[in-house]
Ligand binder design. Sequence first.
Ligand code: PBG
Length: 331
Amino acid sequence: MHFPKYRPRRLRSNKLMRALVREEHLSVNDLIMPLFVRPGSSLKREIVSMPGNYQFSVDTLVEEVRELADLGIPGVILFGIPEKKDELGTEAYAEDGIIQKAIRAIKKNVSNILVITDVCMCEYTDHGHCGYIRKDEKTGEHQVDNDETLKLLSREALSHADAGVDIVAPSDMMDGRVDAIRTILDGSGYGEIPIMSYAAKYASAFYGPFRDAAESPPSFGDRKSYQMDPANAREALREVSLDIDEGADIVMVKPALPYLDIIRLIKDTFEYPVAAYNVSGEFSMVKAAHEKGWIDEKNVAMESLMGMKRAGADIILTYWAKDAARWLKEC
Ligand code: PBG
């Protein structure tokens, strides 16, 4: 038998010893809570596919955001379900659109939390795609027109800035959108508003429950022509470096758990804050398995969030943000 002098178990013998040598720490400061808002009042509709998450109206949203701020959560990211959808996603950039109203109400009533907005067209277009759809004359196929979409996205980001947003987060994956948004914000006196870009966003089946929550599934086709192929890692580096060149302040990887290697790669390659989006499918499968009594939600959630931290995430967008803030206080 060989007994080495160093025995790792010595440092695991009790709680204090483990705390002493712990390498990573998850903190409430790392967490951002995604929230859904729709027209109406006094609404708090549970999202069937995402238990414990709701579609709020602006008034109940403000209450929720106040609670999150009191728990010490530094930011929320807002998704809107508009009054009506149309071909050009008009409500995405309307002055009195649902998100614009929500930003104003939060800013007026809650002071100690950052309001981040998802800048995308898919929740606002009747076809559910992330941009302007053009029919290709030759093939007869419908395709998202990249450059026309940039105009809509910049208008959307500007309208959020006018309403008082703290950070904008473009999630559409059109080429050149960070540059387009940076240019319009800078030109309108909003040079101080940071851009958190969904830089490496994969065409993922893990967004399933979200599309129910935001009522935004594409009515035809899929998003593979603009979101990334799950097989590609080096392409993520190209996407991130383009976004940084165009002025992104924070770069995001989405989803998180199946892409921890991508988080690490980006963290090691660029000296920029990295955000990980722990998406709806990652959340809902744990909820479902917990409801069946197969796994313990709290422990699985905290282990997952720690995994994202260890992989290099500085910021984690997660539907567990509120629960995790409470769980962190318990331990
Ligand atoms: C696009 C957007 C999506 C998500 C965040 N922003 C949907 C998509 O790209 O299909 C998904 C988030 C999640 O699944 O939790 N506006």
